[in-house]
Design a protein around this ligand. Sequence first.
Ligand SMILES: [Fe+2]
Length: 622
Amino acid sequence: MWDMETLLILIDSSPFMVLFKDKQGRWIWMNQSFIKEMGLPPREEILGKSTQDLLPESKGLRREDREVITKGEPLLGLLRKVTLPSGRKRWHLTDKIPIKLSGDEVVGIAVFIRDVTEQREAQRKLERLNRVLEVIQNVNQLIVREKLGRNHLLNEICNILVNGQCYESVWIILLDPQRGDLLNIFSLTETKVEMKRCLSPQLISYLTPDSKDGFLDFKYEYLVRMGWQLSKRYTGKTFITSRLEHGEETYGIICALLPKDIELEKKEKDLFLTLADDIAYAMRKLDIRDELHREKVFWEKLFNVSPEGVILCSPDGRILRANNAFCRIFEFSTPEEVIGKNIDSVVANERTLEEARSLTEAAARGESVSAESVRQKANGTPIDVSILGVPIKIDENLAGIYAIYRDITDKKIYERAMKENIATLSHAWRQTIELLASVGELRDPYTAGHQKRVGGLAKFMAMKMELSPESVDAVEMSSLVHDVGKIKVPAEILSKPGPLDEVEYLLVKTHPQAGYNLLKDIDFPWPVAEIVLQHHERLDGSGYPQGLKGKEILQEARIIAVADVVEAMASDRPYRKALGIEAALKEIKRGCGTLFDEGAVDACLALFEEGLMIPLFEMYRT
Ligand SMILES: [Fe+2]
């Protein structure tokens, strides 16, 4: 066994402070750690003295000593902050154990003291960080649930940060993103007024971090030197600021005052930057929400004020929304009257239901559809409308159908009037043409009926070739006057019973140009003069008067050329007897594609094969 001296040597080198006292509080023995920490003289000089003699500041210790001696039980884990004689402040954890020699008689106290300042400090920092973290969580919950808008949110964040004992004061300062001017300050009331007084434009710039991480910290004294008029209660305290930015957007800064005794550390700074990020995110979120709201209001207004009837349908044609113009066009009192109903059953009647359904189905397949049709009003009255149906796709899925209805009653009335007008005019032109034709034929009895027969044949050919109604009219009208220029050719030549000499033939060949000259100034709705001019042209350029080729010749003129040849060969002429239909058809077959238009030849042959043209020819035979 070790003797007492060995044990004391061991205790003397312990990092713990150890002090033995007798029943009266006199110091029996103490180790070197105790002497050093308490700044005491050498051991020989203080043995036998008491706490009262050497550490007069340590009042209250005697009460504890008395309790240990009286009760004979230890007092453990006594934590206290002490100011050492050197002035250093430390945290001591003390255990006091009663010393019993025999039986239960207490003869003294053994005091064991540990310096726990470092652990205590680390714990305090951890508690601080936990508090900040907790407050950030509360701010985030607020951001997630926020419904009352930006001002309410920012005021509430200031409340949470200050009342959660995280920061002594907090200011959220919103700045103009372009010019950096102050827009608004959010804080608790009294500090808000104070900060507003301080924030002149140049002082804002001192507060605005331009560091990469957007963070800045400074002491009260620095701000005062820069001209800030801040209360003296901030003396010695630290201000921290961070930019509030999200993506490209910078909203301003958040400035907070750290509590006294809190030294700025990296973790504290990181948490503050996280907080600033969260607030900037919230502001962006609210901006987007406001933008969406504004956009929604804009589209709602556009939808409602549109002069055209607009509805939004589900893909199966159920009306989800209808605007006022739709109700006005179809004479419903309110949109609610039609919402939920099928669009086709609302605006189509029995006659148009199938057509309406096919439009809706096409839109539901993703096609854009447009049509002019007749629909019915709420009271069953028909109404002319134009309809435009547009499928609305979201991520390639059909979300609905957007349909626009326009009342085209006025347009239809105008169109009908125009049609009647054109029919009247057309009739007048036909009379003019017939008059011109009859004048020509009066001078030339041998060709009397020729133009009528060419007109009949050419018209049927044009129809067979499926030309437009306007072109069919042009072919017929031009045919009826195609030889009108012959009135310029001497009658003796036209009626000469024998072959023509060269000069006579040249004179006859002037009739297309003469016809053109007669007709060119008459404002027909068809190019009659040009067609007449070209009716002796041939595909290969061998015709007259211009020697045009192929497509240079108007299609109407190419048709008349075929009809003219067939009729001429099939009829008697002053200088010969009729050669017959068979010979005529053979002739156009021979010239098909070289002299004559292939389509026109085919149409002509088909008409004779069908036996349609013989009665016509017979009808006009003189
Ligand atoms: Fe002719």
